[in-house]
Design a binder for this molecule. Structure first.
Ligand code: FAD
Length: 284
């Protein structure tokens, strides 16, 4: 029996009901979370799916569980709720800023972290580089059971996620690192960022960088780690000018994406400045 007809929105009361409906709808169906990306499909001249499964009423997808070793974030947690929940935990400054400074307050009250990660065509998603630098994993739900994978693997597979599956939660390890999110909007707050640098470092007793994660968003179609810059930071004291100099020597490894408002070359050109700003914000 059909749960929902073509051209409709089915409000799933539970995770299992959502998975059943997505499974039934196959490639014609997709999750509907905050709707901030889906509702703008006509502006982007993109077709809508013929069936949507609203996941906003599923209690476990709104949960944020903060433990000693890790934090679990349900996929339907909004940017605003996430920023509020993590505000006092300094090791997650990068994620608090990513969720709490993206878009504008009205959007942040609707947009979800799951939608942010699952939107394949959204290069400027703030939470993606933030979670890459935090070494996050994601859990994907299906009727066959949950499957856990790394953020990096999820970014490679998300465009081919089989019908009937959805992002259920994000798991972020707690490693007591210093973290920061630096974004460059084109003109003003509320704009999509031209480029993003997310940074997480641990510092040893001699004040040298022990581990470093740098992730870059919005420059290329998909955010990724900047491993050569990470290697350049490790073993030395954090220093904003030196980090920016290293970034300038390595920025040509990025192939900027072109768009109507920002030329491709500009996105890579601003990276050293963003790296300088990020490191300086950590107090070095
Ligand atoms: C004007 C404007 C400016 C914005 N600026 C920014 C910005 O600067 N930075 C930023 O990060 N965000 C920004 N956003 C928000 C952005 O749209 C959202 O962060 C996010 O990409 C969509 O989240 P959503 O919950 O609204 O997803 P939806 O619109 O509901 O869904 C988006 C896509 O994800 C899929 N999806 C949703 N949830 C799941 C799930 N759990 N599992 C699998 N697939 C799922 C849907 O099927 C759909 O394909 C902006 C939005 C607007 C309208």
């Amino acid at each position: 029996m059909e749960t929902f007809a073509s051209g409709s929105l089915y409000v799933a009361p539970s995770l299992m009901a959502a998975l059943d409906a997505l499974d039934e709808g196959g490639s014609e169906a997709a999750p509907f979370a905050g709707g901030t990306w889906i509702m703008r499909a006509p502006i982007r001249h993109e077709p809508l799916k013929s069936r949507y499964v609203a996941i906003g009423k599923i209690p476990e997808l709104h949960a944020i569980k903060i433990d000693v070793g890790e934090v679990e974030i349900g996929a339907a947690v909004t940017h605003a709720a996430l920023a509020a929940a993590l505000a006092e935990i300094s090791e997650f400054d990068v994620l608090t800023a990513a969720a709490g400074r993206s878009a504008n307050p009205a959007i942040r009250g609707m947009a979800t972290i799951g939608g942010n990660l699952a939107t394949t065509a959204f290069a400027a998603a703030d939470c993606v580089p933030a979670l890459l630098c935090l070494d996050a994993d994601v859990e994907i739900a299906s009727r066959g059971g949950p499957e856990r994978t790394s953020m990096e693997q999820f970014l490679r597979m998300r465009s081919t996620l089989a019908p009937g599956r959805l992002l259920q939660r994000i798991i972020v390890p707690r490693r007591g690192r210093k973290t920061v999110h630096a974004r460059l909007p084109l003109r003003q707050a509320g704009d999509y960022p031209t480029a993003i640098v997310s940074l997480a470092v641990s510092i040893d007793d001699a004040e040298r960088v022990q581990t470093a994660r740098v992730a870059v968003g919005s420059v290329e179609p998909v955010a990724r780690r900047w491993e050569r810059l990470e290697a350049a930071l490790v073993g030395r004291p954090l220093n904003a000018a030196r980090a920016a100099e290293a970034a300038a020597g390595l920025a040509d490894k990025f192939t900027g994406r072109d768009s109507a408002d920002v030329p491709a070359w500009y996105r890579a050109r601003v990276l050293p400045g963003l790296v300088r700003r990020a490191v300086a914000a950590l107090g070095s």
